[in-house]
Design a protein around this ligand. Sequence first.
Ligand SMILES: Cc1cc2nc3c(=O)[nH]c(=O)nc-3n(C[C@H](O)[C@H](O)[C@H](O)COP(=O)(O)OP(=O)(O)OC[C@H]3O[C@@H](n4cnc5c(N)ncnc54)[C@H](O)[C@@H]3O)c2cc1C
Length: 436
Amino acid sequence: MAIVWFRHDLRLHDHAPLRAAAQDDSLLAVYCLPSAWLATGPAGVARIGAHRLAHLGQALAGLKAALQACGNDLLILVAEPASALNTLSAALDNAPIHVHAHPGWEEREAIAGVKNTCVHEGGGLFDRHDLPLPLDPFPTPFTHFRKRLEAAQWPALSPQPAPTSLPASPALPDNLLYDARSAATALFANSPAQADARSALPYAEPDWHGSEAAGLAHLQRYFSTELVADYKATRNGLLGTDYSSKWSPWLALGSVSVREIEAQRLAYEDHYGANDGSYWLWFELMWREYFQLLMWQFGRRCFHRQGIQTQLSDSSRKVRHDPAAFQAWCTGTTGCDLVDAGMRELAATGYLSNRLRQNVASYLIHDLHQDWRLGAAWLEHQLIDFDVASNQGNWLYLAGAGTDPRSDRRFNPVRQTAMYDPDGAYRRCWLPDRFS
Ligand SMILES: Cc1cc2nc3c(=O)[nH]c(=O)nc-3n(C[C@H](O)[C@H](O)[C@H](O)COP(=O)(O)OP(=O)(O)OC[C@H]3O[C@@H](n4cnc5c(N)ncnc54)[C@H](O)[C@@H]3O)c2cc1C
């Protein structure tokens, strides 16, 4: 008997814990949404908001269906994970719990609180214990890290195939974790997707659902179009579904493995030849990898105001407590049109382009002089692609508390507007009250 504890890896393909547990004669697959995510966080709202919940619900429904097709099932809970997993293991003769390692601090602490775990690597492109450069001291800046990997032509690990059949689930007593099961059923039944015709990532539509099946289909579509070759030129776009890959929500849920993406990117280059776009997608995946390693290396320090630096950055020294300014930022009512348009898009859709994320974050830090961690918490609530390492890493970077060699990077909203929304199409779309 074995347990697979799904967390940010809601898929069957490239899943080492599932492959290991499938060797047993009976397998319990479980997902446990931490109840702490529903409590009010530092931004004054639940850590997981309506968009994230709906999108996660799609991924869990897809995972459940995929497990059922293999002869298994998925138990979904809302509870404190360590306590729930220990209860399940005890009820199943101390069954081992197979789980993926994850760089998030909370995720690491959760594993530390669970007995009988078998922890498997697998969230990144590489084996973090086997890299062509030391991680201590941490390779800064990012360019140094990327160039070392490129010079070594360090290959990404290959994805493992999905199983086609699995052992059946063990029977559990009806009343075991009854409240946690009921809470999950009620939560996801009451978390519908919110459609908005303007969305750059319309996750209410089946093609954009958070499930593994939708993610793999999206990947296949993406690599069969011109979008890859055009990526470097279009990636700073603001409107429509096509300006960037839109892989991030599936990567964040783990319903698509980053190794699967890289395998398909290489297959694309084999077939069509490498181009600027296909290279730049690799470049961006390196950022993701870098921020994961940063969080592995610095753990809890990524959540401190001074971040991984030994002293506060200039912007952090200027922070003043102003709840009204933070509220105006969250609701898109600061008076700065580009920023307000971005914050309204985020609230309406749960997604925002990278260009606008940089702008809204810079504005909160450098113009409104608010604590960057409040902004990170607001994005945690909103983003359907929320990923703790990428979110924290980017905020640290912009606040001068991470690894940016140009400390305290401010984006000038006037210049950014002229460069990226010269005809006002983006502001008209999201601020119809100001631009008729
Ligand atoms: C303040 C701020 C907060 C962010 N929070 C998150 C977050 O919570 N989750 C998240 O996945 N990304 C985050 N990002 C990074 C980036 O904005 C998104 O990954 C990207 O916009 C997702 O859209 P895409 O998949 O179309 O990206 P593409 O441009 O198509 O890039 C392809 C992939 O590369 C990776 N990538 C690209 N840029 C970055 C980056 N700067 N950092 C890390 N990985 C990157 C992502 O996995 C992305 O899916 C944040 C950026 C900023 C400035």
